[in-house]
Design a protein. Structure first.
Length: 299
């Protein structure tokens, strides 16, 4: 898979020319988890995330069949596709929760699949994830859920974590008192917002949102969309979101990509969804039964 111009393993792909002043200026508006290396990579135009030929099969069933995707730094990408098309598996592959069978995944130009485990874990500290099913820990109160990573890594003390949790809960429209409840005492929409708060609490450099607004009322959905946009525009994070909600996709995405039969079949501006000129994308975005996409209803 590698070519003569590929960088050595674990090294950034390019030697960027960026002035220290420019980097420092950007550092003020970027989240603390952004490393100097990632700032330099962004300044050199290296994509934040790059997937090439990523393949994954489960028990002989091909799910990813050569995914190629690039997400520029500090941008927001939306991934579309039918249920079971491999959207969550794509994100989990970048996160390191699913090990691809083939292909290359680079973050800031670094080949993550070939990094030593410790370096890969360190990279994970810079990534936030909102899981499709929330995945909150019922045995912990909400505030500990929200600051779970920061506490587990002893990056902050418990008193500080309570304050940080209250701050992030406010961002997702929840009162500080919710912090003392157990996730099982919350409505589905509240759990979603707590999961979102947990995804952003450590101010990650890259954030994955898997169905961030599913199950929320339309107004709360719009609030959450605004928050995702803020993470990118104000904090300088890079966001990759999976959504079936086209209004939301247009609001949060700079770019959109569609996955079908294990490959990315279209990429374009999220604003064009529904009138992109690509029959598959427009069928999907407009929810039309007839069109080139034949849904597999039996699996
Ligand atoms: N850990 C796993 N073991 C076995 N099969 C898996 C695993 N994870 C995913 N799959 C299979 O891979 C396929 C794609 O799953 P994925 O979760 O990526 O779908 P999706 O595009 O996110 O769908 P949805 O929109 O319904 O969430 C499915 O057929 C699923 O059963
Ligand atoms: Mg999914």
């Amino acid at each position: 898979m590698s070519g003569p111009h590929d960088p050595p393993q674990g090294q950034p792909a390019a030697q960027p020319e960026a002035s220290t002043e420019a980097v420092n200026r950007r550092a003020e508006v970027l989240p603390p988890n952004t490393t100097q290396a990632s700032l330099l990579a962004a300044a050199a135009g290296v994509p934040k995330i790059r997937m090439r030929g990523v393949k994954k099969a489960f028990a002989g069933k091909v799910v990813l069949d050569g995914v190629d995707l690039e997400v520029p730094a500090q941008s927001s990408m939306v991934i579309l596709g039918g249920s079971g098309s491999g959207k969550s598996v794509t994100i989990k592959s970048i996160l390191g929760l699913v090990e691809p069978d083939e292909g290359v995944i680079e973050i800031d130009g670094v080949d993550v699949l070939r990094l030593p485990r410790r370096d890969r874990e360190a990279l994970g500290d810079r990534i936030g994830m909102l899981f499709q099913n929330g995945a909150l820990f019922d045995s912990l109160p909400v505030w500990e859920n929200v600051c779970f990573k920061l506490l587990a890594q002893k990056r902050i003390g418990r008193a500080q974590a309570r304050d940080r949790a209250a701050e992030v809960l406010a961002q997702v429209g929840l009162a500080a008192s919710v912090g003392d409840l157990s996730p099982s005492e919350l409505s589905g929409g509240m759990q979603k917002r707590v999961a979102l708060a947990r995804a952003i609490a450590a101010r990650p450099d890259i954030i994955f949102f898997d169905e961030p607004t599913t199950g929320l009322d339309p107004i709360m959905g719009a609030v959450i969309d605004g928050l995702i946009v803020d993470c990118v525009k104000k904090l300088g994070a890079t966001a990759v979101s999976i959504t079936h909600d086209m209004a939301s996709a247009r609001r949060i995405g700079d770019q959109a990509a569609m996955i079908y039969k294990g490959r990315i079949v279209w990429e374009g501006a999220a604003a064009t969804l529904g009138h992109s000129g690509n029959a598959m994308v427009d069928q999907f975005a407009n929810g039309e039964r007839e069109g080139p996409i034949q849904m597999e209803l039996r699996r």
